[in-house]
Design a protein around this ligand. Structure first.
Ligand SMILES: Cc1ncc(COP(=O)(O)O)c(C=O)c1O
Length: 394
């Protein structure tokens, strides 16, 4: 029996909410209220990296005798355990001090506060068109796009135009030279910019410039972390040593909300001495912590086979997508299983998302770019079935 839903009256949702009422998720699939099954190439937009409904996570959350809640100013062994696991998988040895957050926005917000306190500066540089969260501070990082909506964004935030090449590095230097920038914040591979892959030379120069001018380098791995781009962290594609790493989304595989801001001993020690606090009532809730511990243990245990599988399936996607006959030739950007495809127009992209959803395949689009973030554990057979739906609905 279909219940009469009244959410349009009481639930505030975005204008562009899709016509899909989810009731169940399992592995690579979502099910709607009528029992229709969809292949999920979206996976909550980089959340369910290892498939939905994972037994190892659910079991851990249900079976561990954790307290209902721990007050942020008490100690808790499982917080220490999770922080240790994050230190174990973080891209550099130095990045091993985790601050507890509820998700990605808070993780970037904490990174901004830490950078301001550590450097004594208040300016930020980020990428044009970026997204780092929905608080006023994180929205300020994309000031150009948001300034018409909000009057009171942070002053002192500027954006660097892409592509990220030598020229962009020169422009970055011009801005950093004034020695008043607290942090340069970016996604090392930008899922929010249609899977933008910076040149290695850019990343290495950005690192040198940040060191030279006393600016912290912050890598936002909220979307691209936890295997998405074919490395555990996208930072590992480059020879860089960020000062801060922000993580969330796939950290718990979608079973619970949680994020972290990971920094170095030196930075943490310095800001803590200056009375930095990041009080988050639900940051690292005990149930979420169990989910994240189980998830990270799974990643550590299966690291090599996971990364091999991602590479194999990534090549499969690329091979198939190159042959797909979109109405005009498309530009494909793919790194691991972060896939951005520029098609003819926003209208064409929107239509394709809608038609494929009706055909049983889920993905999103942003402007004229289709975005596929399938589970990293997807089999070739399911990938094939999804891509067959795409081709059928062109
Ligand atoms: C790169 C990046 N940073 C931060 C955020 C904000 O994360 P959350 O929605 O968990 O607050 C997002 C969300 O999509 C993101 O993609």
């Amino acid at each position: 029996m279909n219940l009469p839903f009244i959410d349009t009256k009481y639930l505030a949702q975005d204008e562009d909410t899709e016509d899909l009422r989810v009731v169940r998720s399992e592995d690579n699939f979502l099910y709607d209220e009528k029992g229709k099954k969809y292949i999920d190439f979206n996976m909550g937009w980089c959340v369910g990296n290892f498939g939905w409904g994972r037994e190892n996570i659910r079991e851990k959350m249900n079976s561990s005798p954790h307290p209902d809640y721990v007050f942020p100013h008490y100690k808790y062994q499982r917080w220490e355990k999770l922080a240790e696991l994050l230190a174990r998988i973080s891209p550099t040895e130095e990045l091993h001090k985790s601050y507890r957050t509820t998700g990605g926005t808070e993780a970037v917000e904490a990174a901004m506060q830490i950078s301001m306190m550590y450097t004594g500066r208040s300016k930020f540089i980020s990428l044009e068109g970026c997204y780092h969260g929905n608080s006023i501070a994180t929205l300020s990082l994309n000031k150009e796009d948001n300034k018409d909506k909000y009057e009171n964004l942070l002053t002192g935030c500027s954006q660097l135009a892409t592509p990220l090449d030598e020229k962009a590095a020169d422009k970055l230097e011009t801005q950093l030279k004034k020695k008043d920038v607290a942090a340069f914040i970016m996604e090392p591979i930008s899922c929010n910019l249609g899977v933008l892959v910076p040149q290695s030379e850019f990343m290495e120069r950005a690192q040198q410039l940040c060191n030279k001018y006393g600016t912290l380098l912050v890598m936002d791995e909220v979307a691209c972390g936890f295997g998405r781009t074919g490395k555990i962290f996208a930072t590992e594609h480059y020879d860089i040593q960020p000062d801060i790493l922000c993580v969330a989304k796939a950290i718990s595989g979608g079973a619970a909300g949680l994020g972290a801001t990971i920094t170095t001993e030196k930075i943490s020690h310095t800001v803590n001495k200056k009375s930095f606090t990041f009080y988050s009532t639900y940051g690292w809730h005990p149930a979420s912590v169990e989910a994240a511990i189980a998830n990270i243990r799974f990643i550590i245990k299966n690291k090599n086979s996971l990364l091999d599988h991602i590479e194999y399936i990534s090549q499969y996607f690329y091979g198939r997508l190159r042959k797909v006959k979109f109405n005009k030739s498309a530009i494909i950007r793919i790194k691991g299983l972060a896939i951005g495809i520029d098609v003819e127009s926003k209208k064409y992209a929107n239509k394709l998302v809608e038609r494929c959803r009706e055909g049983g395949l889920l993905f999103t689009s942003e402007e004229e770019t289709l975005l596929f973030f399938p589970a990293l554990t997807i089999t070739e057979n399911i990938a094939k079935r999804g891509l067959d739906i795409l081709e059928k609905n062109l």
